[in-house]
Design a binder for this molecule. Sequence first.
Ligand code: ADP
Length: 602
Amino acid sequence: MKHDFSIEKLKILRHDLQMLADDESFPSATRDALQKSLSKLDEAVNIFGANTEQLRLAAIYRVSQAIESSLDLDQVLTQVMDAVISLTNAERGFLMLVDTETQGLNLRAARNIEQETLQSEKMEISRTVIESVLKTGQGVVTTDAQTDPRFSGRESVLFYGLRSLMGAPLIVRGKVIGVIYVDNRAQSGMFTRNDLDLLSAFASQAAIAIDNAYLFTRTDQALAARIGELETLTQIDGELNASLDLERVLEITHRRAIQGTDANLAWVFLSDEAGSRLSLAMGPTQSQPNINELLVNVSPMRSQVIPISDNQNNRVIVPLSHVGKLIGALVLESAEQFTDAHVQFLRRLAGRAATAIENARLYQAVQQANLAKSKFVSVVSHELRVPMTSIRGYTDLLRQGVAGKANDQQLEFLEIIRNNVERMSVLVSDLSDISRIETGRLQLETSSLHLKRYVEETVQRLQSRLDEKEQSLTLNIPDNLPTISADPNRLVQVLTNLISNANKYTPSKGSLSVQARVEGNHVRIDVSDTGIGIDSSDQQKLFSQFFRSEDEMVREQQGWGLGLNVTKQLVELMGGSIGLQSKSGLGSNFWFTLPIREVQIE
Ligand code: ADP
């Protein structure tokens, strides 16, 4: 059986008894006895009242503990509802929150009452109470709705026997955000002002919980949005950094600007070479904004987003600036207003895009300069070759005495001319190879070759130089070595470069060797010497153009520092790799590999 022994009911009972005790028509003995009983009742009320107050405080404490320890709003609201029901001895109750968007009410916690019931006409009176609480921000209590002039006329009061009901507002920062309601059908005198105070106390607890949860969700949402944006920006950075191609960078900027702001249209403008005017680089040509007019007062020093209205749609213009220089602009058009978040995103995107665009442009300029250089070298080397051949030819004729016998001094001078022309022709040939490799015009004619034959041929050609320095050369090329895939002329060029270096940078009477062996699906060729060696800091730069060691022994030798660069590029073009081991003063070992290509037996 439900315990309906509340302090308020005792007080009402006491009030009725006091009236009897004060009624002088009763015999005085009866009134005295009544008065005595009343004193005892007072004691009981006091004790009971103190207990009830403690219970209430304990319940409020429990709920506020729950609010502190839980961020689960529904869980807290359910606890609030449970505490309200048990402390007010209500029969049923619910808690509703105002929907911030629709202004309608959403049921968030209910006890002994269903959603359907809430909507039915049985609840008409509850709705009246709720509306009044929402409108006035004041709590409502009635101990007997049947006789309360505010409600007694209502059908639901009569038909559904509603007697006691209470409602209290949930207030956050002065705004009513919801309501807690409890009622009781059978009994009158159920709720008192004290109960309403209690309900209000719980209502403010619930309001705190809701506010906490709201703030938490808002912070959480803001954090999630920021993390989301950072992730997007990281992806954009990755995409932009992965490309030095201007077209691609523009495409990424254009696409990302639209995606990040839900815009309908976007245009990317870039400055011309003089940096004075911007012209369209990406985006639809029709309806493009008149960017140069729009940018008249824009300071490139400040990253900014300027809203413009030269059209019925919303447009923003985002200058693209790099080290204080205006290099372009991004314009976006949307049917919707651009939000602060969009603007922030565009500023960040613009910073990144500007750097990527500038890098791509610089890279493009470097590439163009490099191409121009290669073309220049190619033209010059071609033009030099013709007169050099002629000088070489006439020098040889003079040496042979075709124009009359030359004396010893003349022969010596002719020899010097010949040597210098030879030097020049090596340079011109290396330069021409480099320019052809760089412009992709070097054609390889690869076939299946027996390495041994080409090594022997090369050594033979260089034999006189080896003899001059009394250097020995050991060959160790197995006969059964598989055939390799290479361009024969280029293979000889590579071998010549390496063996002549070994010869140049090894003192007289030193030893050289050429060995070959299979390594995986390649043949590895090692050219070793007992020469001056290369210190480790020089080894890093060895394959770059025009590098020559500062060593005196190196400077004594003729050379341009191009041979190893050409050699490396040729080996790599033929599908191999190149490297070295060397120690200063202890000789060097240069190795390179070439792919095996067995001769097809038909
Ligand atoms: P060059 O021989 O015309 O200087 P290379 O590109 O062939 O140009 O070689 C670059 C530099 O590498 C040489 O100047 C020299 O310092 C070093 N080098 C190359 N081969 C050897 C070697 N076998 N021993 C010592 N140093 C070498």
